[in-house]
Design a protein around this ligand. Structure first.
Ligand code: PEP
Length: 243
């Protein structure tokens, strides 16, 4: 399976810049599957730019309900209609800034699946949890409670302390965690768990991408800051191992 390189723009980007970014991605050859996750207002125009290119588009969140009185929220169906195929759910910034519990994440994942979106579900421990030797247990608990029974999609292992800090876990720690996630997924979902892509996220840059993407059970990367420049994002994608 080719590596999956997803870019999380967070609350960055503009209509003015999105076209040039899309053009740069379309002009490049990539053996990885590229997914760009811009803010909601950029989904429809970027879907139009990416049409026929094989580059996928994702949102950064969706609401758990199909529709209704939820001011400021966006439904999974509307995200799909805007042209996205994926949605990031359970990002640590949403878990922290919006109080999203595992149960809320699970409901959002179910809504995404119901609308035909592929969820990219984020899990990861805090620095205190890692220091206390609880990292694997924390992540396994998140997996157990953030994924509905009919889960199908991608997992992103994102240690909270590695996001936007320039720090990454050791290769041994990433390998151990991805193996633990694989075991947990296989136990929870015997049919799909063995093949569910597990992305690594947290300070992935052009300089470290080749090493990180070559680690066992690392099926790709979820990239924050380094996805904002097309050249950096493409350099990360170019570091993906050939299949
Ligand atoms: C992220 O927020 O998903 C992320 C991985 O950010 P960064 O690459 O900037 O650490």
């Amino acid at each position: 399976m080719p590596s999956i390189i997803a870019g999380n723009w967070k609350m960055n980007g503009s209509l003015a810049a999105a076209g040039g970014y899309a053009d740069a991605l379309k002009a490049a050859e990539s053996r990885a599957l590229l997914i760009i996750c811009p803010p909601f207002p950029l989904l429809a125009p970027m879907a139009a730019s990416f049409e026929g290119s094989g580059i996928a588009l994702g949102a950064q969140d969706c609401h758990a309900r199909v529709s209704g009185a939820h001011t400021g929220d966006v439904s999974a169906a509307l995200i799909r209609e805007a042209g996205a195929t994926h949605v990031i759910l359970g990002h640590s910034e949403r878990r922290a800034d919006h109080g999203e519990s595992n149960a809320i994440v699970a409901a959002k994942v179910a809504a995404a699946l119901g609308a035909g979106l592929i969820p990219i579900v984020c899990v990861g421990e805090s620095e205190a949890e890692r220091d206390a030797g609880e990292a694997e247990e924390v992540v396994k608990t998140q997996l157990r409670h953030s994924l509905p029974e009919n889960f199908a999609g991608l997992i992103a292992y994102e240690p909270v302390w590695a996001i936007g800090t320039g720090r990454t876990p050791s290769a041994a720690d990433i390998t151990a965690m991805h193996a633990a996630i694989r075991d947990a997924l296989t136990g929870q979902f015997p049919a799909s768990g063995p093949a569910t892509p597990i992305l690594y996220g947290g300070s992935v840059k052009p300089e470290n991408a080749a090493v990180l993407l070559a680690l066992p059970q690392v099926g790709g990367a979820l990239v924050g800051g380094a996805s904002l420049k097309a050249a950096d994002f493409l350099a990360i994608a170019a570091s993906a191992p050939s299949v």
